[in-house]
Design a protein around this ligand. Structure first.
Ligand code: HEC
Length: 103
């Protein structure tokens, strides 16, 4: 009985590990949620809207990765996204991919 119990417990702990969570952690770590929500508009657009807007654009990943690091305005209104220079190029690509997967 005991080995089965151990198995059941480890399934609960590790069974639904979501590989995408690492990227959500990255959003938290980089303070993106100060201005964005996944499905709630704050100062910046909600990420599900960003994902829908670029769903059919081929070069959305490099374009958004660049925008994350350089900042910008005029796409979602007059509000300005300041440059997020603390984000490495690799992290910016990972974040762009993650955001685009959120629709
Ligand atoms: C100080 C507030 C602020 C922070 C912090 C911020 N953003 Fe933004 N973000 C904005 C605003 C405002 C816009 C809309 C800009 C526009 O209309 O072009 C935006 C737009 C975006 C877009 C859409 C760009 C486009 O061209 O459609 C993405 C993707 C994005 N942000 C990702 C991020 C990520 C990832 C982080 C964290 C590393 C982050 N943002 C941090 C305010 C912020």
């Amino acid at each position: 009985m005991k080995p089965l119990l151990v198995f059941a417990v480890s399934l609960c702990l590790f069974g639904n590990a979501d590989p995408v969570l690492a990227d959500k952690d990255m959003l938290i770590k980089n303070n993106c949620f100060a201005c964005h929500g996944i499905d709630k508009r704050k100062y910046g657009p909600k990420f599900v809207d960003v994902a829908r807007k670029y769903a059919n654009e081929e070069d959305a990943v490099p374009m958004l990765a660049r925008k994350i690091r350089a900042g910008g305005s005029g796409v979602w209104g007059e509000d300005i996204m300041p440059p997020q220079a603390q984000v490495s190029e690799d992290d910016a690509v990972a974040l762009a991919k993650y955001i685009l997967s959120l629709q």
